[in-house]
Ligand binder design. Structure first.
Ligand code: HEM
Ligand code: HEM
Length: 135
């Protein structure tokens, strides 16, 4: 198993744990509802998306009978997706709570762009695999 595959799967489960604790806290007390965006995006971009990246990178090339050639790019994507996600949930939530501080919005935007680039890397690597010519 490639290192980035293992890392994506481990971090996906870590985000599931953190987001579940936040979900339980929100269910417990309305005071935690300000963390809803953190919960929903740790679940969706963390647990769901990263599990799909990890499992997809492992299984889809094998279905197609090929190897991923851009492994360094996938390693880079792992770090970009994680830094982007943590930045996004932290700065977007800060921006919601302190709309007057414009730097939070800017940092949330930069983090969102990192998430977008990370998913474009997944698209690129997958297209290379799925559209490669038969030898
Ligand atoms: C331990 C399990 C979970 C608990 C206790 C939990 C709890 C909650 C709570 C209390 C809310 C806030 C609802 C409100 O706005 O009043 C919420 C929202 C949300 N949760 Fe969860 N959740 C759990 C698992 C999940 C999972 C597995 C996902 C997706 C993979 C998920 C996705 C979402 C989303 C997208 C929202 C925002 C929904 C909206 O704004 O309408 N949750 N959750
Ligand atoms: C580049 C990645 C993403 C960015 C920058 C992003 C950003 C946002 C923003 C700004 C909101 C509005 C939150 C608010 O009401 O204040 C939102 C809501 C939502 N997004 Fe995303 N999102 C991303 C990826 C995703 C993905 C991959 C999913 C599903 C698989 C998703 C599902 C949702 C849902 C269900 C809501 C409504 C629930 C909530 O408000 O928490 N998002 N997103």
């Amino acid at each position: 198993m490639d290192r980035f595959v293992r890392n994506f799967i481990i971090m996906s489960i870590v985000y599931l744990m953190i987001a579940s604790v936040i979900g339980v806290l929100m269910a417990l007390s309305p005071g935690f509802i300000s963390l809803r965006y953190v919960h929903s995006h740790l679940m969706l971009l963390g647990w769901v998306t990263m599990m799909i990246y990890g499992v997809g990178y492992h299984i889809l090339p094998r279905f197609a009978g090929r190897l991923i050639q851009q492994k360094t790019l996938c390693e880079f994507q792992f770090y970009l997706a994680n830094v982007g996600l943590i930045g996004l949930v932290v700065f977007y939530t800060l921006a919601l709570n302190s709309p007057e501080v414009s730097v939070y919005r800017t940092l949330a935007f930069v983090s969102a762009a990192a998430e977008l680039i990370s998913s474009l890397i997944f698209l690129y690597v997958m297209l290379k695999i799925l559209l490669a010519r038969e030898e």
